[in-house]
Design a protein around this ligand. Structure first.
Ligand SMILES: CNc1ncnc2c1ncn2[C@@H]1O[C@H](COP(=O)(O)OP(=O)(O)OP(=O)(O)O)[C@@H](O)[C@H]1O
Length: 180
């Protein structure tokens, strides 16, 4: 059975960790965009804020009165200087005790327009899909990236404990969306 927060009709892909799922909290919405081109994926090295010094897709908070897709396009433009025909790839619930749940809508695109440009927040960098820097990314990324890279829509939940500025992964559950 998927954990609280995920829909019931997911086909389990992988899961792990120990203990109980953390309790329910209010939800805050985020976006995350990954651009693929030939055998490469574009990541950004985060220069400030949540996830500083990690590689990630481009994204941020969804503003009030903005659709998730509009937020994803806005953040892609602000952080990497480009636009792209985005496809919804999956959802990640990021849970930390005492914080709002982050509901992250993850998008992908196989093409883009514009010139990739470094911003105050992100330094863009291409990686071979076979050489993704997982040791310098969120620990849960390695569990759902295979589905992102193989174009299978997914829903995931990852619970982390926070120790100062460090986030320690406690438990995760990844499912393939059977509707796609
Ligand atoms: C396991 N946990 C996680 N796994 C993968 N990605 C995660 C994540 N937790 C947060 N993210 C992403 O990190 C960015 C934070 O964005 P964040 O800097 O807070 O937002 P925004 O650009 O609006 O910032 P300002 O408020 O303008 O500073 C945003 O893309 C969000 O999707």
């Amino acid at each position: 059975m998927p954990p609280p927060g995920l829909s019931d009709d997911l086909q389990k892909f992988n899961a792990g960790g120990s203990g109980d799922w953390f309790p329910v909290a209010e939800i805050r919405y985020y976006t995350n965009v990954f651009i693929m081109y030939e055998d490469k994926i574009l990541l950004g090295y985060k220069k400030r804020g949540l996830g500083i010094h990690k590689y990630n897709g481009f994204g941020g908070k969804v503003e009030p009165d903005e659709s998730t897709l509009d937020a994803a396009l806005r953040e892609l433009k602000e952080e990497a200087g480009i636009t792209a025909p985005l496809i919804h790839a999956g959802t990640l619930l990021f849970v930390v005790p005492g914080q709002k749940w982050a509901h992250i809508d993850i998008f992908r695109a196989d093409e883009y327009t514009g010139t990739i440009t470094e911003s105050d927040e992100m330094r863009p960098e291409w990686f071979e899909k076979t050489n993704i820097p997982f040791d310098n990314m969120w620990d849960s990324d390695r569990h759902w990236f295979p589905l992102l890279l193989s174009n299978q829509r997914f829903s995931a939940r990852a619970d982390f404990d926070r120790e100062g500025e460090k986030y320690i992964q406690k438990k995760w559950w990844i499912g393939i969306d059977s509707k796609t």
